[in-house]
Design a protein around this ligand. Structure first.
Ligand code: AHR
Length: 326
């Protein structure tokens, strides 16, 4: 009896996962391309969540480019929880999709489920974020930014442009996530050996509300803050709200550096409330669909595809803003 209830509960969970996650052209819960016996590729995509403007743009890019490429997309939103991503990946394995793609919410803890995909002969593509695993045979390729480089660009700009600044507070991304780990490292490496020092660092979970909350606490506990280094625009925008509420002028009393360059971030940069943004490109959909087609066809793909991206100053943001797509 108990076993029956458990099995039924699992089926309901599986159906719910698929139904609430259906964002692509595919019919939620319908059999995969393999099971249907037609040529249409079915991709299961396990997204991190909808925590930031960057993530919203990334999801849109994946959904639009899947439709354009004629790929049936099964899409799930993990609400920034690793266990939800693992459940979604397991459901895609059970549905026998042709390829699984995902952006891992954190770096570690993926080997078991990726091994299940490998044993089921379903290729996996990492997009946006990496996993920390010794077994690189668990995925075919990793498409995304070089987050260490992004952190370095932020630190290099600060070294060259913030004369007299000393105390930096850092708003970290989600604890354990590749961009949080790597952007921290790149920045620290760049400012090493200078007068600049990270005097306080805490996660704001890549959200605007998280950035605001952490910044409010920093403003109360850190006597002198010269610079905010936020791992994404949303946390930087939350910090701006906290700085204004504390009677200070963002961009002047406290310099702000962020990562992403989404429209809201670029608007604040053009207004001088942010001083510098390192770009992180969310428009990965087209490249992902191209890689998926090759992987499903059994063609060789490079193990790492790095996204090209730049940086923006206040003046560059003013020029770029009217053309910004996300
Ligand atoms: O993994 C990319 C990061 O995740 C983006 O910088 C951030 O905005 C998002 O939530």
């Amino acid at each position: 009896m108990l076993k029956k209830i458990t099995t039924a509960a699992a089926a309901v969970l599986l159906a719910a996962l698929t139904a609430c996650g259906s964002g692509g052209s595919g019919d939620a819960g319908s059999p995969s391309g393999n099971a249907k016996g037609d040529d249409k590729i079915t991709m299961g995509f396990a997204q991190v969540g909808a925590e930031s403007g960057w993530r919203t743009a990334n999801t849109k890019s994946i959904q639009e480019e899947a439709a354009a490429a004629g790929i049936e997309l099964k899409f799930s939103d993990a609400q920034q929880k690793q266990e939800n991503q693992i459940k979604a990946i397991r459901s895609y394995i059970q549905q026998k999709v042709d390829v699984i793609a995902f952006s891992p919410v954190v770096e570690t803890g993926w080997d078991a489920v990726l091994l299940e995909a490998k044993r089921a002969n379903i290729p996996v593509i990492l997009t946006d974020r990496a996993v920390d695993s010794d077994d690189t045979s668990l995925y075919k390729t990793f498409l995304g930014s070089d987050f260490v480089e992004e952190g370095k660009k932020a630190g290099e700009w600060l070294k060259a442009n913030a004369a007299g600044a000393k105390n930096v507070v850092e708003l970290q991304g989600t604890t354990g996530a590749a961009p949080a780990i790597d952007r921290k490292k790149g920045f620290e490496d760049a400012i090493a050996g200078t007068d600049l020092k990270v005097v306080a660092t805490q996660t704001g979970d890549f959200t605007r509300s998280g950035g605001k909350q952490v910044m409010e606490a920093f403003l109360k506990s850190v006597p002198q803050i010269d610079v905010v280094y936020a791992h994404n625009d949303d946390m930087g925008l939350g910090a701006i709200e906290a700085i204004k509420a504390a009677g200070k002028v963002p961009g002047k009393d406290i310099k702000i550096i962020t990562v992403d360059a989404v429209k809201d971030g670029m608007t604040a940069l053009a207004a001088g409330e942010i001083n510098f943004i390192v770009e992180c490109n969310p428009l990965l959909g087209k490249q992902l669909m191209e890689l998926a087609k090759k992987v499903v066809a059994g063609e060789e793909v490079p193990p790492r595809v790095v996204t090209e991206e730049g940086t923006f100053t206040v003046d560059q943001a003013k020029t770029e803003l009217p053309n910004r797509k996300y």
